[in-house]
Design a protein around this ligand. Sequence first.
Ligand code: TMP
Length: 254
Amino acid sequence: MSRRRRIYEGKAKVLFEGPEPGTLIQYFKDDASAFNNQKKGTITGKGVLNNRISEYLMMRLEGMGIPTHFVRRLNMREQLVREVEIIPVEVVIRNVAAGSFAKRFGMAEGAALPRSICEYYYKSDELGDPLVTEEHITAFGWASPQDLDDMFNLALRINDYLSGLFLGAGIRLVDFKVEFGRLYTQDDMRIVLADEISPDNCRLWDTKTNEIMDKDRFRRDLGGVAEAYQEVARRLGILPESGPQEVPSAKMTA
Ligand code: TMP
């Protein structure tokens, strides 16, 4: 790991000071946690795969006009990002009933939803990331009504685009979590996609077999976690057959 100043350390990533003001370096660890940190483990190679998968998805989203914090991947485990003020709200979009949603409403995992559903969770480890409403978010000032409107619209556009992208790779995007931040420029502020998009924060099922290809393999002790992440990368066309050691650097198309 580099000797740059450490700004923040999370469960799966570390943020370091970037080379220029307004930038950060996002380092992807192999550490995994679940159930609000009650389950911990290491998945060898996960950081390398998530760095590459998130780079690819963020670049594709940028290409669709979705603003993101992503600048470029630096090496196997690090990417350069713009420094943003993280909004303490996790936005979850669900296309199919699964996980906590299936439990809450007594639905079978895999049951169809009448339409895609957006949920908000307050980012707080002490409180276990509780489900919150728009009222809570605006009343407590975590986000303004305008911020929230932007977040909701961006999350739905991300869902539309990624659902199609994954479908083309034989993968169903069951649900996912995204985070947004405020990017300040001279006299302007805009909401941008931040954090990462990877099998750590998506549910991805094989369209034919329903095989789980995401972090639920770790949460539920199904084994083959790194192999599943690798298969996601391979199907997206970003992993050479020989494995993650030879992950090539992507070029910005915009
Ligand atoms: P859930 O069904 O456990 O609420 O998860 C919904 C989606 O959000 C799923 O794709 C996993 C993701 N997620 C995170 O990325 N971080 C979290 O802390 C939680 C609880 C879920």
